[in-house]
Design a protein around this ligand. Structure first.
Ligand SMILES: Nc1ncnc2c1ncn2[C@@H]1O[C@H](COP(=O)(O)OP(=O)(O)OP(=O)(O)O)[C@@H](O)[C@H]1O
Length: 710
């Protein structure tokens, strides 16, 4: 064995060399035997055990090279043999079941290509003088976050953007991926040409730090939905299934395909996020802190996976906080940022000589990754940062890259990648037609609604409970002349329930949906219009169900007039109030986060209530405030309810519970509250107009939000 392998081996166990296989036990034994059967008479079996227990891909590759050389065999024979071995091993030695599963997960080591993902030209990403400025708000001026930085991220490489917190890592990733456009100056080049954002978005994907996946769908359902969005009819159904199966197998998620995504571990969620984007076979992948929050084993799994994806020809760029020395070695290149400037750009191996060259030698036994972050944090003074930025020419210097001689100039890149492959592509950003997007969104939304315990189950439960409580409290109030005021209070309570319950549910749940929408929309799964159409359509059945249960129960229990027409009017107003409430919730939820939304939505509803004519009758509202009654949807709701129950020529009420009923004649009550009782259609139309108007406003707010975050 070479001295490097020998050195590595000493970390693990004594090398066994070509010791007879029969002397060995456990995993290494099985592996050795299998290799010997396959004609590899010299097998360094202990490394098989090491591979299983420690999963060091580099060491394994090195070991396999040695075995192949020692046996004068082709590497592919060895790969094949080990692949077969893994299945056999799994079925025969239960003791090592879990370890073997880990090996299986790393089967990609043996199989250097995804057979179902066609290969593409590598993408070389370069950027020059990139500056990013944000507007700090009224009279606060602007703040520059990235300061004229430069860089070169060659294709087929795994690059880490490192730096202390607040250095601008995520910002740089956002700028390079095109997620952030406003306030960006400078140039980003893709294979030597100015980046065309639409074309670039089709070949790249962005995986956010938080795992924005649909928790109520299984892994397989999530994958199928993603493949429907991203592949459309490009592939036949069985080809899509084959691609999904292969990605899940390679990413070690095959065994968890029936698990609800919300129940996956942090590392599995991260791998699922990657799997979802891999379906469209992107050439460039941006990942924001893919290892944050993961234990060291999951970190290694994720970084190994990224390494593998880069080996396949993808350009993988991710931000990372402070990697361990072992993890750090997995990256081809690192780009270190401090205060929005580039401190180092180059290979992980050259970081120590680089530090030496700027007379900031890395102390013995110190992880170079830790040391350079300490320097970037200005722990050794800000002058050191300036020194390093100067020596790196703020990212312009390529001397420390893995192989500077292979780094091509923009001109050379343009020659190698002819214009046709980069030419402007006028096809739509999404892979499927708007109608297909709507169909898939509806299918997904329907499954989620069925499983959602808050939006669906709890909402139905609340409606039943409230109808029973109010029904008991106002029992038979609808027909009794002495209880007209009670009944009026009940109508107002129903009005508040119909509008506020749905509004608050939307305000509380929509921001979570919004974060997924932002990711999926940026990654071109669907258009905003189709998403919004699906949200509107999906809200109808559940609103109708809740409204039906509630209105039937309360209508009967509170003894309202048993006439179909009046019930129909009562139901129509209830449903419209529900829709209007939901639209208001969408407007607030689209623009504000949960905390602000929870405060603002009820606060904004108070003037609506005041102008409804409940506390102060419409007649008593001062002239200069009367406009408020026209914009209050609650006024139309209350007027509609009153019209349905007491208007339209309602006959004299019963007077069984008191000797004198002041409002025995409904017309008397109507004149007291200054309502006419014949304005049902006017009120219903006004509510429909409010609903349409709020929906349109919510759409534009959502659109504005999608643009504003970028
Ligand atoms: N919209 C904004 N308005 C004001 N400052 C901003 C804005 N966006 C980013 N910043 C500032 O820019 C700097 C860089 O932010 P960024 O999120 O890129 O840092 P980071 O290196 O990714 O940090 P972390 O590792 O903590 O995520 C921070 O100081 C941040 O406060």
């Amino acid at each position: 064995m070479s001295s490097t392998s020998q050195k590595h081996l000493n970390f693990v166990a004594e090398p066994m060399g070509d010791k007879p296989v029969s002397d060995l036990a456990g995993v290494g034994d099985v592996l050795g035997k299998r290799l010997v059967e396959a004609g590899f008479d010299k097998a360094y079996t202990v490394l098989g055990q090491y591979l299983v227990l420690k999963k060091d891909s580099e060491l394994f590759k090195e070991w396999m090279k040695e075995v192949c050389q020692a046996n004068s065999k082709q590497a592919s024979d060895c790969y094949q043999c080990l692949n077969d071995w893994c299945d056999e091993y799994k079925s025969t030695i239960q003791l090592y079941e879990s370890e073997c599963t880990s090996v299986e997960k790393e089967r990609w080591l043996f199989d250097p290509q995804f057979s179902n993902l066609p290969s593409r030209d590598p993408i070389d990403l370069q950027f020059k003088d990139v500056t990013y400025t944000v507007n700090m708000g009224f009279r606060k001026g602007r703040k520059e976050i990235l300061h004229q930085i430069n860089g070169k991220f060659p294709g087929s490489q795994l690059t880490a953007i490192m730096g202390p917190s607040g250095a601008g890592k995520s910002t740089l990733l956002d700028v390079l991926s095109g997620y952030r456009k406003t306030g960006v100056t400078g140039n980003v080049y893709v294979n030597g040409r100015n980046r065309n954002l639409d074309t670039f978005r089709k070949m790249s994907c962005y995986i956010t730090q938080d795992d924005r996946i649909h928790a109520l769908l299984t892994v397989l359902e999530n994958m199928r939905i993603a493949s429907d969005f991203k592949l459309g009819n490009q592939l036949k159904p069985h080809e899509k299934e084959a691609r999904i199966e292969e990605i899940l197998t390679v990413l070690g998620l095959y065994e968890h395909q029936m698990t609800m995504s919300g129940r996956l571990s942090g590392g599995q969620k991260k791998r699922l996020s990657i799997a979802l984007e891999l379906i469209s076979n992107p050439t460039v992948m941006f990942l924001d802190e893919p290892t944050t929050g993961l234990d060291s084993h999951s970190c290694t799994q994720v970084v190994n996976l990224l390494r593998f994806l880069a080996n396949q020809g993808r350009t993988i760029i991710c931000t990372i906080h402070q990697p361990s020395a072992k993890l750090f070695q997995e990256f081809d290149e690192v780009y270190v940022l401090a205060q929005g400037k580039c401190l180092y750009q180059g290979s992980t191996d050259k970081i120590v000589p680089y530090l030496q060259s700027v007379e900031l030698p890395c102390p013995m036994y110190h992880n170079p990754a830790d040391y350079i972050i300490e320097l970037a944090c200005a722990e050794y003074g800000t002058d050191k940062i300036d020194l390093m930025v100067r020596s790196m020419e703020n990212g312009e210097c390529i001397r420390w890259l893995k192989d500077p001689s292979l780094v091509m100039s923009l001109e050379e890149l343009r020659k190698i990648y002819p214009l046709s492959t980069n030419a402007k592509d006028d096809s739509s950003l999404e892979a499927t037609s708007p109608l297909s997007q709507l169909k898939i969104l509806m299918k997904r939304g329907f499954v989620k609604t069925k499983r959602d315990t808050t939006l669906t189950h709890l909402r139905i439960g609340v409606n039943v409970f409230l109808a029973l409580v109010l029904g008991c409290l106002f029992v038979k109030a609808g027909n009794e002349g002495s209880r007209v005021v009670d009944n009026y209070n009940l109508l107002f309570a129903i009005l508040i329930h119909q509008s506020m319950t749905t509004m608050m549910l939307t305000v509380l749940t929509f921001p979570t949906e919004l974060s997924i929408l932002l990711k999926e929309h940026f990654n071109r799964w669907y258009s905003l219009k189709m998403y919004y159409a699906s949200v509107t359509l999906l809200s109808i059945p559940i609103s109708v169900v809740c409204c039906t249960i509630f209105t039937i129960t309360i209508y009967i229990m509170s003894g309202q007039p048993m006439e179909w027409s009046r019930f129909g009017m009562f139901f129509a107003i209830s449903l419209m109030m529900d829709f209007v409430g939901q639209s208001t919730g969408l407007m607030v939820g689209a623009w504000f986060d949960v905390v602000n939304g929870t405060f603002l939505a009820p606060t904004l509803s108070i003037p609506m209530m005041m102008f409804a004519g409940f506390g102060v009758t419409l007649r008593d509202i001062p002239n200069y405030l009367r406009w408020g009654t026209y914009i209050s949807y609650m006024r139309y709701g209350l007027e509609g309810y009153v019209g349905a129950i007491y208007g339209e020529g309602r006959a004299t009420l019963e007077c069984d519970e008191a000797p004198y009923c002041h409002y025995r004649y409904p017309s008397k009550f109507l004149s007291e509250i200054s309502m006419r009782g014949d304005q049902f259609w006017y009120d219903l139309n006004a509510l429909i107009i409010n609903f349409v108007f709020f929906r349109i406003c919510a759409y534009f707010l959502l659109r504005w939000k999608v643009i504003a975050v970028r």
